[in-house]
Design a protein around this ligand. Structure first.
Ligand SMILES: Nc1ncnc2c1ncn2[C@@H]1O[C@H](COP(=O)(O)OP(=O)(O)OP(=O)(O)O)[C@@H](O)[C@H]1O
Length: 326
């Protein structure tokens, strides 16, 4: 056992706060945890502090007051519970220190986007692989982004959508038994309804040339050293008095921003690449470049939308001539 850890800088017997969501995905979180995940973690002599979440917001409450001596928070769930953990961290009395605690997903939800992005499309739904990541995974720095609405700041980690893409899981709750197929049902319903999205979009653009974005992605992949950064030092975690960093941009000052001129069907913004198995929404996204990828689809025709969805699993929407990206 020693040989597997030594020389890799991996700590043995990790102390884990485990949150199991009985309600996520097709509601298999508890049996999957008990039969597969827990025995592996116990065999690796991890210390387990397990909570089965009892209601919406439970994970938020736990994260908000979490003692910060755990080596990781393990979410046996989908992305919704991870969202709660991050927002609990952002309201922790030491938010920066809280965000230093790694979050390790075990995919038992519907979309499981974070697990897909960490483990890859082949193994993103593999709970055994995800459990090994809990035991031996290295720290990885990933950007999160802030969302302000009516003066309230929320942390988001994967995507934010307006219009068509926002409605994929809204109203498909009763189709949980379908797993992630329910998002496809939501999408088809949205295409049939074809409702415009009544927003004005202004963006501070870092790059809008799709080819250049691909070049940036390739350059990043060649630079292996940036793939596994060290966790931030205590000094970094304590600057700005340990609070969340203030927002750099605001809607009141949009000087130098680009305004999208056409009526919009949907806006999809996030970090990726995957938001689900069937949808690589942000194929050129980098985990820690400090940028949010934004995709805007103008109102055109249903056939345009359907043609753009053809290679969604491979990220083809990004290349659709009507889709504006930045
Ligand atoms: N005991 C519970 N009963 C009802 N809802 C719960 C319970 N515990 C947690 N929840 C809520 O379940 C919601 C969905 O959780 P989760 O993200 O794990 O699954 P999902 O929505 O199927 O997956 P994904 O977000 O990846 O699509 C979360 O918003 C969470 O607050």
């Amino acid at each position: 056992m020693h040989v597997c850890y030594e020389g890799f800088g991996i700590q043995r017997r990790r102390r884990l706060k485990i949150l199991v969501n009985p309600h996520g995905g097709v509601r298999r979180g508890v049996p999957v945890f008990v039969k597969t995940v827990e025995p592996i973690l116990r065999a690796a002599h991890c210390f387990l502090d397990i909570t089965y979440t009892e209601h919406n917001g439970h994970a938020y409450d736990i994260a908000k007051t979490l003692p910060l001596d755990y080596d990781a928070v393990v979410t046996v769930s989908g992305d919704g519970l991870i969202h709660e953990v991050m927002n609990g961290f952002s309201n922790h009395e030491q938010p920066r220190m809280a965000f230093r605690v790694p979050i390790a997903p075990i995919p038992t939800g519907s979309g499981n986007g974070l697990a897909l992005n960490l483990l890859g499309i082949e193994r993103g739904f593999d709970v055994t692989e995800a459990t090994l990541n809990v035991i031996k995974g290295k720290h990885m720095k990933v950007d999160v982004f802030s969302l302000t609405q009516k003066g309230k700041r929320t942390i988001s980690f994967m995507s934010q959508a307006l219009g068509l893409m926002a409605d994929l899981d809204i109203g498909t709750e009763h189709l949980r038994w379908m797993g992630d197929t329910r998002f496809m049902v939501g999408l088809m319903r949205g295409v049939i309804q074809f409702k415009p999205c009544p927003v004005h979009l202004s963006i501070k653009v870092a790059e809008e040339d799709k080819e250049k974005m691909v070049e940036m992605l390739r350059a990043h992949r060649c630079d292996n050293s940036s793939n596994i950064p060290n966790p931030p030092s205590n000094d970094q975690a304590n600057d700005t008095n340990g609070g969340l960093p203030p927002l750099t941009y605001s809607c009141e000052d949009t000087n130098g921003w680009t305004t999208f001129p056409e009526p919009i069907l949907y806006i999809y913004a996030g970090k990726g690449p995957y938001v689900g198995r069937d949808f690589m929404a942000f194929p050129v996204s980098l985990p820690d470049d400090g940028l949010i990828d934004v995709m805007a689809m103008p109102i055109s025709s249903r056939s345009d939308i359907l043609s753009s969805l053809g290679g969604a699993a491979k990220g083809d929407i990004f290349w659709h001539p009507k889709v504006r990206t930045s």
